[in-house]
Design a protein around this ligand. Sequence first.
Ligand code: NDP
Length: 331
Amino acid sequence: RCVAASASSSPATAAAATEVPGTMKAWAYDAYGDASVLKIDEAAAVPAVGEDQVLVKVVAAALNPVDAKRRAGKFQATDSPLPTVPGYDVAGVVVKVGGQVKGFQEGDEVYGMISEKPLEGPKQSGSLAEYTAVEEKLLARKPKSIDFAQAAGLPVAILTANEGLEKAGLCAGKSVLVLGGAGGVGSLAIQLAKQVYGASKVAATASTKKIELLKSLGTDVAIDYTKENFEDLPDKYDVVFDAVGQGEKAVKVVKEGGSVVVLTGAVTPPGFRFVVTSNGSTLEKLNPYLESGKVKPVVDLQGPFPFSKVVEAFSYLETGRATGKVVISPV
Ligand code: NDP
């Protein structure tokens, strides 16, 4: 018993057991701009692991609009210094643990959003690389029922959907309209509204080809925005969740005393905007819904894109037409 315990609890032994190289392949940019600034670095430094961090061998990553906006220089004032290895979303395997890490050990399959705040001093070394270092508090165990590619698409989008619905005060019996229901965030906002928050009615918008998807995710009222203007319809909602940037129209369809949460673009009262915070314990809280299949990851079928096709994946994301998540796998 003593021998087994000391062998498995010694970080030094554990670290020595997994061979972590000093350099790795990573996508990086050293100037802001369009997708063409992205270059593959064959010998990037594997990030050092802080006391409260684990080193994750990346199996899959995912792109978010914030990666493109950051790369374009929109957040320069609060960004990490260049060069940047982009990527917030990760799913992979723990290969090294810092001295103060309590909840994870080598071999654990994890997923998470690697920077606590995406715009304020995000990590310089992100998830579009073979390895990434992440604070243990930002990670959760990967649900066994989903694969790494599916898990990689979740963190930013599901945390945003959850925090937005929570801040908007959605609860059982209330109605919600999700603008942009077919995107990464919207596809999860619909499902969380129904399965986690107990909304009595979920409406959502998308273009014609995506209406069936909205219904399959649990949408009660699917609005084809190419045929109808949601703001001209008679229905009003307790909560409007805007993942498109239609804040000015969104406030027209909220009930008196309701709330309008906006992820991007202009916001008019009573609307409000927030920026997602990464948190592993929220992912752990949502894991049972993923394990049971009540909430399903939606991975865009143009992908998953292999690691060599990150530039193509960004170009696709930046069309604004992705269905669910643009995933990079295998890394
Ligand atoms: P996606 O790239 O996944 O969104 C693409 C989807 O948007 C497509 O399916 C498209 O459907 C839909 N869409 C585009 N225009 C419309 C429209 N007029 N009406 C309805 N649907 C539309 O983006 P995300 O879901 O990842 O993010 C959405 C926005 O939220 C982004 O601007 C992002 O930066 C922001 N965001 C902000 C966060 C925060 O913390 N504040 C966190 C996460 C995201 P179709 O092809 O049918 O038009």
